[in-house]
Ligand binder design. Sequence first.
Ligand code: CTP
Length: 541
Amino acid sequence: GEMVAGIITRQTVEKALYHNMGKEKLADYMNTEVSKVSKDAPYETIKQIVIGKKQKVVPVVDDAGLMVGIIGRSDVMHAMYGDMMKSQAATPIVERKTARPVARDLSEVMKERLPKEMRELLANTADTATECGYAAYAVGGFVRDLIMRRSNSDVDVVIEGDGIDFAHRFVKKYGGRVRPHKKFATAIIALGNHRKMDIATARTEYYTEPAALPIVEMSSIKNDLFRRDFTVNTLAIKLNGKNKNHLIDFFGGQQDMKDEVLRVMHSLSFVEDPTRLFRAIRFEQRFHMSIASQTEKLMKLAISNRLVDRISGSRLFGELRLIFNEDQPTRAMWRMEHYGLWRFVYPSLAYGESLHLLCEQAEEAIAWHRITFDTKNLSVWMVYLLCLCTTLTEPEAEAVMARLGFMKGSIAKFLHTRKAAMETAERIAKAPPTGPLEIFDAFHTLDDEGLIVVMAASKGLETKKIIAEYMVKIRFIRPKISGGDLIKAGIASGPILGKVVNAVMRETIKGILTTKEEEMHFAKTYYTKLTGSEPITPPSA
Ligand code: CTP
Protein backbone atom coordinates (compact mmCIF):
# COMPACT_ATOMS: atom_id res chain seq x y z
CA GLY A 1 0.00 0.00 0.00
CA GLU A 2 1.30 3.34 0.95
CA MET A 3 3.34 2.11 3.90
CA VAL A 4 7.12 2.16 3.72
CA ALA A 5 8.30 -1.41 3.38
CA GLY A 6 11.96 -0.79 2.60
CA ILE A 7 14.47 0.93 0.39
CA ILE A 8 16.45 -0.39 -2.54
CA THR A 9 19.09 1.55 -4.45
CA ARG A 10 19.55 1.78 -8.18
CA GLN A 11 23.01 0.21 -7.82
CA THR A 12 21.54 -2.84 -6.09
CA VAL A 13 18.94 -3.29 -8.80
CA GLU A 14 21.58 -3.04 -11.51
CA LYS A 15 23.80 -5.55 -9.78
CA ALA A 16 20.87 -7.90 -9.24
CA LEU A 17 20.09 -7.81 -12.94
CA TYR A 18 23.72 -8.57 -13.65
CA HIS A 19 23.39 -11.68 -11.50
CA ASN A 20 20.28 -12.76 -13.46
CA MET A 21 18.04 -12.09 -10.51
CA GLY A 22 15.36 -10.26 -12.47
CA LYS A 23 12.71 -12.66 -11.19
CA GLU A 24 13.68 -12.45 -7.51
CA LYS A 25 11.38 -10.70 -5.07
CA LEU A 26 12.27 -7.10 -4.29
CA ALA A 27 11.13 -7.64 -0.71
CA ASP A 28 13.93 -10.11 -0.14
CA TYR A 29 16.71 -7.70 -1.02
CA MET A 30 15.46 -4.28 0.01
CA ASN A 31 16.80 -2.68 3.15
CA THR A 32 14.10 -3.03 5.77
CA GLU A 33 15.99 -1.39 8.60
CA VAL A 34 14.84 2.03 7.43
CA SER A 35 14.63 5.11 9.63
CA LYS A 36 11.50 7.18 8.97
CA VAL A 37 10.54 10.65 10.19
CA SER A 38 7.29 12.42 10.88
CA LYS A 39 6.32 15.65 9.16
CA ASP A 40 7.40 17.70 12.17
CA ALA A 41 10.76 16.00 12.70
CA PRO A 42 13.49 18.47 13.61
CA TYR A 43 16.29 19.04 11.12
CA GLU A 44 18.88 17.53 13.50
CA THR A 45 17.05 14.19 13.51
CA ILE A 46 17.05 14.07 9.73
CA LYS A 47 20.70 15.08 9.58
CA GLN A 48 21.58 12.33 12.04
CA ILE A 49 19.88 9.73 9.81
CA VAL A 50 21.41 10.97 6.57
CA ILE A 51 24.92 11.79 7.80
CA GLY A 52 25.21 9.59 10.89
CA LYS A 53 23.46 6.47 9.64
CA LYS A 54 24.34 7.13 6.01
CA GLN A 55 20.78 6.49 4.85
CA LYS A 56 20.55 8.49 1.65
CA VAL A 57 16.78 8.89 1.58
CA VAL A 58 14.43 9.34 4.51
CA PRO A 59 10.73 8.57 4.04
CA VAL A 60 8.36 11.00 5.74
CA VAL A 61 5.29 9.30 7.22
CA ASP A 62 2.10 10.47 8.89
CA ASP A 63 0.70 9.23 12.19
CA ALA A 64 -0.79 6.15 10.52
CA GLY A 65 2.57 5.27 8.98
CA LEU A 66 1.53 6.24 5.44
CA MET A 67 4.25 7.75 3.32
CA VAL A 68 3.61 11.40 2.65
CA GLY A 69 7.01 12.53 1.33
CA ILE A 70 10.68 11.92 1.10
CA ILE A 71 13.83 13.81 2.04
CA GLY A 72 17.06 13.07 0.18
CA ARG A 73 20.69 13.57 1.00
CA SER A 74 20.94 16.58 -1.27
CA ASP A 75 18.15 18.29 0.71
CA VAL A 76 20.22 17.93 3.84
CA MET A 77 23.33 19.12 2.01
CA HIS A 78 21.45 22.18 0.85
CA ALA A 79 20.37 22.93 4.37
CA MET A 80 23.93 22.48 5.63
CA TYR A 81 25.85 24.27 2.96
CA GLY A 82 23.24 26.49 1.35
CA ASP A 83 24.76 28.52 -1.42
CA MET A 84 27.76 26.29 -1.91
CA MET A 85 25.43 23.64 -3.24
CA LYS A 86 24.03 25.86 -5.94
CA SER A 87 26.96 25.42 -8.27
CA GLN A 88 27.78 21.92 -9.47
CA ALA A 89 31.46 22.53 -8.81
CA ALA A 90 30.85 22.95 -5.13
CA THR A 91 29.50 19.42 -4.65
CA PRO A 92 32.87 17.67 -4.51
CA ILE A 93 34.00 19.83 -1.59
CA VAL A 94 31.09 18.60 0.45
CA GLU A 95 31.61 15.12 -0.89
CA ARG A 96 35.20 15.16 0.19
CA LYS A 97 34.28 16.42 3.62
CA THR A 98 31.88 13.59 4.24
CA ALA A 99 33.75 11.07 2.15
CA ARG A 100 36.78 11.03 4.44
CA PRO A 101 35.47 10.87 7.96
CA VAL A 102 38.73 10.93 9.88
CA ALA A 103 37.81 9.30 13.12
CA ARG A 104 40.87 9.30 15.33
CA ASP A 105 44.62 9.31 15.38
CA LEU A 106 45.82 5.79 16.11
CA SER A 107 49.55 6.61 16.39
CA GLU A 108 49.65 5.89 20.13
CA VAL A 109 47.54 2.74 19.85
CA MET A 110 49.80 1.44 17.08
CA LYS A 111 52.94 2.19 19.10
CA GLU A 112 51.51 0.42 22.10
CA ARG A 113 49.95 -2.65 20.47
CA LEU A 114 52.03 -3.46 17.39
CA PRO A 115 55.36 -5.27 17.56
CA LYS A 116 58.43 -3.38 16.39
CA GLU A 117 58.82 -5.28 13.08
CA MET A 118 55.22 -4.56 12.17
CA ARG A 119 55.66 -0.85 12.88
CA GLU A 120 58.78 -0.88 10.72
CA LEU A 121 56.96 -2.67 7.93
CA LEU A 122 54.17 -0.09 8.00
CA ALA A 123 56.70 2.76 8.05
CA ASN A 124 58.48 1.29 5.00
CA THR A 125 55.12 0.89 3.27
CA ALA A 126 54.29 4.52 3.98
CA ASP A 127 57.68 5.74 2.69
CA THR A 128 57.44 3.75 -0.53
CA ALA A 129 53.88 4.93 -1.17
CA THR A 130 54.87 8.55 -0.60
CA GLU A 131 57.79 8.17 -3.01
CA CYS A 132 55.42 6.79 -5.65
CA GLY A 133 52.92 9.57 -5.03
CA TYR A 134 50.29 7.08 -3.86
CA ALA A 135 48.20 6.88 -0.71
CA ALA A 136 48.53 3.62 1.27
CA TYR A 137 46.02 2.18 3.72
CA ALA A 138 46.13 -0.78 6.07
CA VAL A 139 42.72 -2.43 5.80
CA GLY A 140 40.49 -5.34 6.76
CA GLY A 141 41.21 -7.87 9.48
CA PHE A 142 44.46 -6.21 10.51
CA VAL A 143 42.74 -2.96 11.50
CA ARG A 144 39.78 -4.79 13.04
CA ASP A 145 42.10 -6.91 15.18
CA LEU A 146 44.26 -3.95 16.20
CA ILE A 147 41.20 -2.20 17.58
CA MET A 148 39.90 -5.35 19.20
CA ARG A 149 43.33 -5.94 20.79
CA ARG A 150 43.86 -9.22 19.01
CA SER A 151 47.17 -10.04 17.41
CA ASN A 152 47.31 -10.36 13.62
CA SER A 153 50.58 -10.65 11.77
CA ASP A 154 49.09 -10.44 8.25
CA VAL A 155 48.64 -6.96 6.96
CA ASP A 156 46.52 -6.15 3.92
CA VAL A 157 47.41 -2.91 2.19
CA VAL A 158 45.31 -1.00 -0.32
CA ILE A 159 47.04 1.50 -2.59
CA GLU A 160 45.29 4.44 -4.19
CA GLY A 161 47.41 4.25 -7.31
CA ASP A 162 49.07 1.23 -8.91
CA GLY A 163 49.42 -1.59 -6.37
CA ILE A 164 51.73 -3.72 -8.54
CA ASP A 165 54.06 -0.81 -9.22
CA PHE A 166 54.12 -0.12 -5.49
CA ALA A 167 55.01 -3.75 -4.73
CA HIS A 168 57.97 -3.73 -7.14
CA ARG A 169 59.30 -0.49 -5.72
CA PHE A 170 58.90 -1.73 -2.16
CA VAL A 171 60.86 -4.89 -2.86
CA LYS A 172 63.61 -2.99 -4.66
CA LYS A 173 64.15 -0.92 -1.55
CA TYR A 174 63.50 -3.35 1.29
CA GLY A 175 63.90 -6.83 -0.24
CA GLY A 176 61.41 -9.66 -0.60
CA ARG A 177 59.72 -11.18 -3.63
CA VAL A 178 56.69 -9.97 -5.57
CA ARG A 179 53.98 -12.23 -6.92
CA PRO A 180 51.80 -9.94 -9.06
CA HIS A 181 48.27 -10.76 -10.21
CA LYS A 182 47.66 -8.45 -13.14
CA LYS A 183 43.99 -9.27 -13.67
CA PHE A 184 43.05 -7.99 -10.23
CA ALA A 185 45.88 -5.43 -9.92
CA THR A 186 47.01 -7.14 -6.72
CA ALA A 187 50.36 -8.46 -5.53
CA ILE A 188 51.70 -10.55 -2.70
CA ILE A 189 55.04 -9.51 -1.24
CA ALA A 190 56.86 -12.45 0.36
CA LEU A 191 58.95 -10.89 3.12
CA GLY A 192 60.88 -13.93 4.35
CA ASN A 193 60.31 -15.71 7.69
CA HIS A 194 57.03 -16.99 6.20
CA ARG A 195 55.63 -13.46 6.40
CA LYS A 196 53.81 -11.76 3.59
CA MET A 197 51.96 -8.58 2.78
CA ASP A 198 48.94 -8.48 0.46
CA ILE A 199 48.81 -5.43 -1.75
CA ALA A 200 45.65 -4.39 -3.58
CA THR A 201 44.84 -1.49 -5.81
CA ALA A 202 41.81 0.45 -4.63
CA ARG A 203 39.21 -0.54 -7.13
CA THR A 204 35.59 -0.24 -7.90
CA GLU A 205 33.28 -2.37 -10.00
CA TYR A 206 30.38 -0.74 -11.74
CA TYR A 207 27.84 -1.57 -14.38
CA THR A 208 27.44 0.67 -17.40
CA GLU A 209 23.99 -0.75 -18.01
CA PRO A 210 21.86 -3.46 -16.43
CA ALA A 211 23.23 -6.97 -16.99
CA ALA A 212 26.45 -5.67 -18.52
CA LEU A 213 29.77 -7.03 -17.27
CA PRO A 214 31.21 -4.98 -14.44
CA ILE A 215 33.91 -2.50 -15.28
CA VAL A 216 36.80 -2.69 -12.86
CA GLU A 217 38.82 0.43 -12.49
CA MET A 218 41.20 2.19 -10.16
CA SER A 219 39.26 4.00 -7.55
CA SER A 220 39.34 5.53 -4.13
CA ILE A 221 39.63 3.73 -0.85
CA LYS A 222 35.97 4.37 -0.08
CA ASN A 223 34.73 2.40 -3.08
CA ASP A 224 37.20 -0.34 -2.30
CA LEU A 225 35.97 -0.64 1.27
CA PHE A 226 32.35 -0.63 0.18
CA ARG A 227 32.92 -3.85 -1.81
CA ARG A 228 33.88 -5.72 1.35
CA ASP A 229 31.97 -8.26 3.38
CA PHE A 230 31.04 -6.86 6.80
CA THR A 231 31.12 -3.36 8.27
CA VAL A 232 33.66 -4.43 10.91
CA ASN A 233 36.01 -5.31 8.04
CA THR A 234 35.73 -1.92 6.35
CA LEU A 235 37.95 0.05 8.70
CA ALA A 236 41.19 1.44 7.28
CA ILE A 237 44.25 3.23 8.62
CA LYS A 238 45.84 5.85 6.40
CA LEU A 239 49.54 5.06 6.43
CA ASN A 240 51.08 8.13 4.78
CA GLY A 241 50.53 11.76 3.87
CA LYS A 242 47.93 13.93 5.50
CA ASN A 243 46.11 12.28 8.42
CA LYS A 244 48.80 9.62 8.69
CA ASN A 245 47.87 6.84 11.14
CA HIS A 246 44.26 7.99 11.34
CA LEU A 247 41.45 5.49 11.44
CA ILE A 248 38.98 5.85 8.61
CA ASP A 249 35.48 4.58 9.18
CA PHE A 250 33.05 5.22 6.32
CA PHE A 251 30.42 2.65 7.15
CA GLY A 252 29.98 2.57 10.90
CA GLY A 253 32.40 -0.30 11.49
CA GLN A 254 33.48 1.02 14.89
CA GLN A 255 29.92 1.30 16.14
CA ASP A 256 29.12 -2.25 14.99
CA MET A 257 32.30 -3.44 16.68
CA LYS A 258 31.19 -1.78 19.90
CA ASP A 259 27.69 -3.23 19.57
CA GLU A 260 29.19 -6.60 18.58
CA VAL A 261 27.08 -6.77 15.46
CA LEU A 262 28.04 -8.40 12.18
CA ARG A 263 26.38 -6.62 9.28
CA VAL A 264 26.78 -6.89 5.52
CA MET A 265 27.32 -3.76 3.46
CA HIS A 266 24.44 -4.32 1.07
CA SER A 267 21.68 -6.76 0.30
CA LEU A 268 23.50 -8.55 -2.53
CA SER A 269 26.59 -9.33 -0.48
CA PHE A 270 25.90 -13.07 -0.29
CA VAL A 271 24.81 -13.19 -3.92
CA GLU A 272 28.08 -11.63 -5.00
CA ASP A 273 30.10 -13.95 -2.84
CA PRO A 274 28.33 -16.88 -1.13
CA THR A 275 31.54 -17.83 0.74
CA ARG A 276 30.57 -14.93 3.01
CA LEU A 277 27.93 -17.21 4.54
CA PHE A 278 30.74 -19.22 6.08
CA ARG A 279 32.73 -16.12 6.94
CA ALA A 280 29.70 -14.71 8.77
CA ILE A 281 29.49 -17.79 10.98
CA ARG A 282 33.25 -17.84 11.54
CA PHE A 283 33.38 -14.20 12.66
CA GLU A 284 30.15 -14.47 14.65
CA GLN A 285 31.68 -17.26 16.71
CA ARG A 286 35.22 -15.94 16.90
CA PHE A 287 34.23 -12.48 18.07
CA HIS A 288 31.06 -13.48 19.92
CA MET A 289 29.09 -11.11 17.72
CA SER A 290 25.48 -11.37 16.75
CA ILE A 291 24.43 -11.31 13.13
CA ALA A 292 22.23 -8.29 12.38
CA SER A 293 18.65 -9.32 11.70
CA GLN A 294 18.53 -8.23 8.07
CA THR A 295 21.93 -9.78 7.43
CA GLU A 296 20.58 -13.03 8.84
CA LYS A 297 17.50 -12.81 6.62
CA LEU A 298 19.77 -12.37 3.60
CA MET A 299 21.83 -15.37 4.71
CA LYS A 300 18.74 -17.54 4.94
CA LEU A 301 17.59 -16.35 1.56
CA ALA A 302 20.96 -17.13 -0.03
CA ILE A 303 20.87 -20.58 1.56
CA SER A 304 17.34 -21.34 0.39
CA ASN A 305 18.32 -20.19 -3.10
CA ARG A 306 21.18 -22.73 -2.95
CA LEU A 307 23.86 -20.14 -3.71
CA VAL A 308 26.44 -22.36 -2.00
CA ASP A 309 26.16 -24.72 -4.98
CA ARG A 310 27.91 -22.01 -7.01
CA ILE A 311 31.04 -22.12 -4.86
CA SER A 312 33.85 -24.14 -6.42
CA GLY A 313 35.23 -27.16 -4.56
CA SER A 314 38.51 -25.56 -3.63
CA ARG A 315 36.89 -22.34 -2.38
CA LEU A 316 34.36 -24.29 -0.34
CA PHE A 317 37.16 -26.37 1.14
CA GLY A 318 39.12 -23.17 1.80
CA GLU A 319 36.25 -21.76 3.85
CA LEU A 320 35.77 -25.01 5.80
CA ARG A 321 39.48 -25.14 6.49
CA LEU A 322 39.41 -21.62 7.91
CA ILE A 323 36.57 -22.70 10.19
CA PHE A 324 38.42 -25.86 11.26
CA ASN A 325 41.50 -23.78 12.06
CA GLU A 326 39.63 -21.58 14.52
CA ASP A 327 40.36 -22.13 18.21
CA GLN A 328 36.93 -23.61 18.83
CA PRO A 329 35.62 -24.67 15.45
CA THR A 330 32.83 -26.89 16.76
CA ARG A 331 30.75 -23.88 17.76
CA ALA A 332 30.82 -22.64 14.17
CA MET A 333 30.20 -26.19 12.91
CA TRP A 334 27.08 -26.32 15.07
CA ARG A 335 25.94 -22.97 13.65
CA MET A 336 26.48 -24.32 10.14
CA GLU A 337 24.00 -27.06 10.98
CA HIS A 338 21.58 -24.45 12.33
CA TYR A 339 21.64 -22.72 8.94
CA GLY A 340 21.54 -26.00 7.00
CA LEU A 341 24.95 -25.48 5.41
CA TRP A 342 26.34 -28.99 5.81
CA ARG A 343 23.93 -30.35 3.25
CA PHE A 344 25.79 -28.41 0.58
CA VAL A 345 28.89 -30.41 1.39
CA TYR A 346 26.88 -33.61 1.10
CA PRO A 347 23.07 -33.91 1.08
CA SER A 348 22.83 -36.46 3.88
CA LEU A 349 25.59 -34.96 6.01
CA ALA A 350 23.88 -33.93 9.24
CA TYR A 351 25.84 -32.46 12.09
CA GLY A 352 23.75 -33.85 14.92
CA GLU A 353 24.39 -34.25 18.65
CA SER A 354 26.64 -37.31 18.43
CA LEU A 355 28.77 -35.93 15.62
CA HIS A 356 29.09 -32.67 17.55
CA LEU A 357 30.26 -34.64 20.57
CA LEU A 358 32.84 -36.47 18.48
CA CYS A 359 34.12 -33.21 16.99
CA GLU A 360 34.30 -31.62 20.44
CA GLN A 361 36.43 -34.55 21.57
CA ALA A 362 38.60 -34.03 18.48
CA GLU A 363 38.90 -30.34 19.39
CA GLU A 364 40.26 -31.37 22.81
CA ALA A 365 42.61 -33.93 21.32
CA ILE A 366 43.94 -31.37 18.82
CA ALA A 367 44.56 -28.90 21.68
CA TRP A 368 46.49 -31.64 23.51
CA HIS A 369 48.48 -32.42 20.35
CA ARG A 370 49.37 -28.74 19.89
CA ILE A 371 50.70 -28.42 23.42
CA THR A 372 52.49 -31.75 23.42
CA PHE A 373 54.21 -31.64 20.06
CA ASP A 374 54.42 -27.93 19.41
CA THR A 375 54.19 -28.59 15.69
CA LYS A 376 52.08 -27.16 12.94
CA ASN A 377 52.28 -30.36 10.93
CA LEU A 378 48.93 -31.76 11.99
CA SER A 379 46.31 -31.34 9.27
CA VAL A 380 43.50 -30.14 11.49
CA TRP A 381 41.09 -30.01 8.55
CA MET A 382 41.76 -33.69 7.90
CA VAL A 383 40.87 -34.62 11.48
CA TYR A 384 37.53 -32.83 11.27
CA LEU A 385 36.72 -34.13 7.81
CA LEU A 386 37.52 -37.65 9.01
CA CYS A 387 35.20 -37.15 11.98
CA LEU A 388 32.42 -35.81 9.74
CA CYS A 389 32.81 -38.75 7.36
CA THR A 390 32.51 -41.36 10.12
CA THR A 391 28.74 -41.00 9.81
CA LEU A 392 28.80 -41.64 6.06
CA THR A 393 29.40 -44.68 3.89
CA GLU A 394 32.64 -44.94 1.94
CA PRO A 395 31.08 -43.83 -1.39
CA GLU A 396 29.47 -40.90 0.43
CA ALA A 397 32.78 -39.91 2.00
CA GLU A 398 34.30 -40.10 -1.45
CA ALA A 399 31.59 -37.76 -2.76
CA VAL A 400 32.31 -35.28 0.06
CA MET A 401 35.98 -35.13 -0.92
CA ALA A 402 35.12 -34.81 -4.60
CA ARG A 403 32.74 -31.90 -3.81
CA LEU A 404 35.59 -30.22 -1.94
CA GLY A 405 37.76 -30.42 -5.04
CA PHE A 406 40.21 -33.14 -4.00
CA MET A 407 42.06 -35.15 -6.64
CA LYS A 408 41.76 -38.94 -6.90
CA GLY A 409 45.06 -39.69 -5.14
CA SER A 410 44.27 -37.53 -2.13
CA ILE A 411 40.76 -38.99 -1.90
CA ALA A 412 42.18 -42.52 -1.87
CA LYS A 413 44.60 -41.62 0.93
CA PHE A 414 41.79 -39.98 2.89
CA LEU A 415 39.52 -43.00 2.52
CA HIS A 416 42.34 -45.28 3.60
CA THR A 417 42.94 -43.26 6.79
CA ARG A 418 39.21 -43.09 7.44
CA LYS A 419 38.84 -46.87 7.20
CA ALA A 420 41.92 -47.57 9.33
CA ALA A 421 40.82 -45.09 12.01
CA MET A 422 37.26 -46.42 12.14
CA GLU A 423 38.40 -50.04 12.33
CA THR A 424 40.95 -49.26 15.02
CA ALA A 425 38.41 -47.32 17.07
CA GLU A 426 35.99 -50.23 16.87
CA ARG A 427 38.63 -52.81 17.72
CA ILE A 428 40.01 -51.02 20.77
CA ALA A 429 36.50 -50.24 22.03
CA LYS A 430 35.95 -54.01 22.27
CA ALA A 431 39.38 -54.87 23.67
CA PRO A 432 41.74 -52.06 24.65
CA PRO A 433 45.38 -53.10 24.07
CA THR A 434 47.51 -53.79 27.12
CA GLY A 435 51.27 -53.71 27.31
CA PRO A 436 53.60 -51.71 25.08
CA LEU A 437 53.83 -54.19 22.22
CA GLU A 438 50.06 -54.66 21.92
CA ILE A 439 49.69 -50.90 21.98
CA PHE A 440 52.32 -50.52 19.28
CA ASP A 441 50.61 -53.13 17.11
CA ALA A 442 47.24 -51.45 17.54
CA PHE A 443 48.31 -48.04 16.34
CA HIS A 444 51.52 -48.12 14.32
CA THR A 445 49.85 -48.01 10.92
CA LEU A 446 47.98 -44.78 11.70
CA ASP A 447 49.30 -41.27 11.14
CA ASP A 448 48.64 -38.46 13.64
CA GLU A 449 45.35 -37.38 12.05
CA GLY A 450 44.00 -40.93 12.27
CA LEU A 451 45.24 -41.30 15.84
CA ILE A 452 43.52 -38.08 16.90
CA VAL A 453 40.26 -39.35 15.43
CA VAL A 454 40.61 -42.65 17.30
CA MET A 455 41.41 -40.72 20.47
CA ALA A 456 38.31 -38.56 19.97
CA ALA A 457 36.14 -41.58 19.28
CA SER A 458 37.30 -43.61 22.28
CA LYS A 459 34.93 -43.30 25.18
CA GLY A 460 36.98 -43.91 28.30
CA LEU A 461 39.76 -41.74 29.64
CA GLU A 462 41.93 -44.86 30.02
CA THR A 463 41.84 -45.59 26.29
CA LYS A 464 42.68 -41.97 25.49
CA LYS A 465 45.66 -42.25 27.85
CA ILE A 466 46.84 -45.38 26.06
CA ILE A 467 46.79 -43.58 22.70
CA ALA A 468 48.60 -40.61 24.25
CA GLU A 469 51.25 -42.99 25.64
CA TYR A 470 51.70 -44.47 22.19
CA MET A 471 52.03 -41.04 20.60
CA VAL A 472 54.46 -39.53 23.08
CA LYS A 473 56.51 -42.59 24.01
CA ILE A 474 55.98 -46.00 22.52
CA ARG A 475 56.18 -45.03 18.85
CA PHE A 476 59.58 -43.44 19.41
CA ILE A 477 61.18 -46.51 20.99
CA ARG A 478 64.15 -47.66 18.89
CA PRO A 479 66.78 -50.35 19.49
CA LYS A 480 70.28 -49.09 20.25
CA ILE A 481 71.82 -51.25 17.52
CA SER A 482 71.26 -50.48 13.86
CA GLY A 483 71.00 -52.61 10.72
CA GLY A 484 74.61 -51.57 10.00
CA ASP A 485 75.75 -53.02 13.34
CA LEU A 486 74.10 -56.31 12.44
CA ILE A 487 75.76 -56.42 9.00
CA LYS A 488 79.09 -55.85 10.69
CA ALA A 489 78.22 -58.74 13.00
CA GLY A 490 77.86 -61.01 9.96
CA ILE A 491 74.13 -60.85 9.06
CA ALA A 492 73.98 -60.10 5.35
CA SER A 493 71.47 -57.53 4.18
CA GLY A 494 68.27 -59.03 2.82
CA PRO A 495 64.94 -60.35 4.08
CA ILE A 496 66.54 -62.27 6.98
CA LEU A 497 68.18 -59.08 8.26
CA GLY A 498 64.77 -57.35 8.07
CA LYS A 499 63.23 -60.08 10.22
CA VAL A 500 66.02 -59.86 12.78
CA VAL A 501 65.77 -56.06 13.00
CA ASN A 502 62.03 -56.37 13.48
CA ALA A 503 62.40 -58.97 16.21
CA VAL A 504 64.95 -56.79 18.06
CA MET A 505 62.58 -53.87 17.73
CA ARG A 506 59.66 -55.83 19.23
CA GLU A 507 61.71 -57.09 22.18
CA THR A 508 62.95 -53.54 22.80
CA ILE A 509 59.37 -52.20 22.80
CA LYS A 510 58.42 -54.89 25.29
CA GLY A 511 61.21 -53.53 27.48
CA ILE A 512 63.02 -56.87 27.58
CA LEU A 513 66.21 -55.65 25.90
CA THR A 514 67.77 -52.58 27.41
CA THR A 515 71.50 -52.53 26.56
CA LYS A 516 73.29 -52.72 23.24
CA GLU A 517 74.95 -56.01 24.30
CA GLU A 518 71.60 -57.58 25.15
CA GLU A 519 70.22 -56.52 21.78
CA MET A 520 73.23 -57.94 19.88
CA HIS A 521 73.06 -61.21 21.80
CA PHE A 522 69.35 -61.51 21.08
CA ALA A 523 69.88 -60.69 17.38
CA LYS A 524 72.53 -63.37 16.93
CA THR A 525 70.50 -66.03 18.76
CA TYR A 526 67.40 -65.10 16.72
CA TYR A 527 69.42 -65.31 13.48
CA THR A 528 70.66 -68.77 14.42
CA LYS A 529 67.09 -69.84 15.17
CA LEU A 530 65.98 -68.64 11.74
CA THR A 531 68.86 -69.99 9.64
CA GLY A 532 70.28 -72.87 11.65
CA SER A 533 73.76 -71.35 11.60
CA GLU A 534 75.57 -68.62 13.49
CA PRO A 535 76.40 -65.31 11.78
CA ILE A 536 79.96 -65.26 10.49
CA THR A 537 81.73 -61.97 11.13
CA PRO A 538 83.24 -60.79 7.80
CA PRO A 539 87.07 -60.29 7.86
CA SER A 540 86.76 -56.55 7.07
CA ALA A 541 84.85 -56.00 10.30
N1 CTP B 1 36.89 -9.90 2.10
C1 CTP B 1 35.61 -9.78 1.61
N2 CTP B 1 34.92 -10.87 1.16
C2 CTP B 1 35.50 -12.10 1.19
C3 CTP B 1 36.80 -12.24 1.68
C4 CTP B 1 37.47 -11.13 2.15
O1 CTP B 1 35.08 -8.68 1.58
N3 CTP B 1 34.83 -13.16 0.74
C5 CTP B 1 37.61 -8.69 2.56
C6 CTP B 1 37.32 -8.29 4.00
O2 CTP B 1 37.35 -6.89 4.09
C7 CTP B 1 38.47 -8.85 4.78
C8 CTP B 1 39.62 -8.71 3.79
O3 CTP B 1 39.01 -8.89 2.51
O4 CTP B 1 38.70 -8.15 5.97
C9 CTP B 1 40.75 -9.70 3.99
O5 CTP B 1 40.28 -11.01 3.87
P1 CTP B 1 40.83 -12.19 4.78
O6 CTP B 1 42.29 -12.05 4.95
O7 CTP B 1 40.26 -13.45 4.27
O8 CTP B 1 40.06 -11.93 6.14
P2 CTP B 1 40.38 -11.20 7.49
O9 CTP B 1 39.28 -10.22 7.71
O10 CTP B 1 41.78 -10.71 7.55
O11 CTP B 1 40.10 -12.36 8.51
P3 CTP B 1 41.04 -13.45 9.20
O12 CTP B 1 41.30 -12.87 10.56
O13 CTP B 1 40.21 -14.67 9.25
O14 CTP B 1 42.25 -13.59 8.34
